[in-house]
Design a protein around this ligand. Structure first.
Ligand SMILES: CC(C)(COP(=O)(O)OP(=O)(O)OC[C@H]1O[C@@H](n2cnc3c(N)ncnc32)[C@H](O)[C@@H]1OP(=O)(O)O)[C@@H](O)C(=O)NCCC(=O)NCCS
Length: 180
């Protein structure tokens, strides 16, 4: 009997990101394909990003990258007094190969990012998790509890700043644990 290969999640620092592990990757967005093939390994090496990949055998089929960041307090409306610069965890890039989209892989990667955010918040303090979303992906992040707090124009595209607070992440994790 042959064992069926299942997608498995790994920290990006524990896998090899090279031509052979990325040769088939195509999420439908050239920039995100190129980032994985050309920039990801270099940024990891320089300690500028961390993240996770979903592997199917020796192929990367999805990835997420994270970096620490600070946002001007003006982005946060109605949240009381805040310092000028607010510490957040930024989702730098996230992408699932077209052949694997719609299987819950993006959700699992976002859940890993939220777990990382809780650890960082315990060690160093963090307001929450943010990212600049492409218009097509706003629905994906909204489904997973993130809310739109601002927009900005990037050429022809309107990007949406999506946010979830650490308190909301912890509450969602507690609900999940209580239900399982
Ligand atoms: C956005 C993306 C990462 C989602 O990854 P995925 O692995 O397909 O997502 P999942 O299968 O985990 O989806 C989780 C849920 O969100 C929904 N969803 C996925 N993509 C969605 C979208 N673009 N809009 C609305 N809902 C979406 C799924 O139907 C699923 O719903 P469910 O909870 O009812 O089952 C993936 O579509 C992708 O790589 N897109 C191209 C690159 C991109 O746009 N990256 C983001 C740039 S900001």
């Amino acid at each position: 009997m042959t064992e069926e290969c299942q997608p498995a999640i790994f920290p990006l620092t524990e896998i090899i990101i090279d031509k052979s592990s990325t040769q088939d990757f195509d999420c439908g967005q050239k920039f995100l394909n190129n980032f994985l093939v050309k920039s990801c390994a270099k940024k990891l090496e320089k300690n500028l990003i961390r993240g996770h990949a979903v592997m199917m055998g020796d192929q990367i089929v999805a990835y997420i990258t994270l970096r620490v960041h600070s946002l001007e307090k003006s982005w946060f409306v109605g949240t009381g007094s805040l310092p000028k610069q607010v510490p957040v965890l930024m989702i730098d890039q996230i992408a699932t190969d077209l052949r694997y989209q719609g299987r819950g892989i993006g959700r699992d990667l976002l859940a890993e990012a939220f777990k990382s955010a809780v650890i960082i918040s315990e060690q160093a303090g963090l307001k929450g998790v943010v990212l600049w979303s492409h218009p097509d992906a706003v629905g994906f992040y909204s489904r997973l509890g993130m809310v739109s707090i601002a927009t900005k124009q990037d050429g022809d595209i309107e990007l949406t700043l999506m946010f979830i607070s650490i308190e909301s992440i912890i509450a969602a994790m507690e609900d999940y644990q209580a239900a399982s």
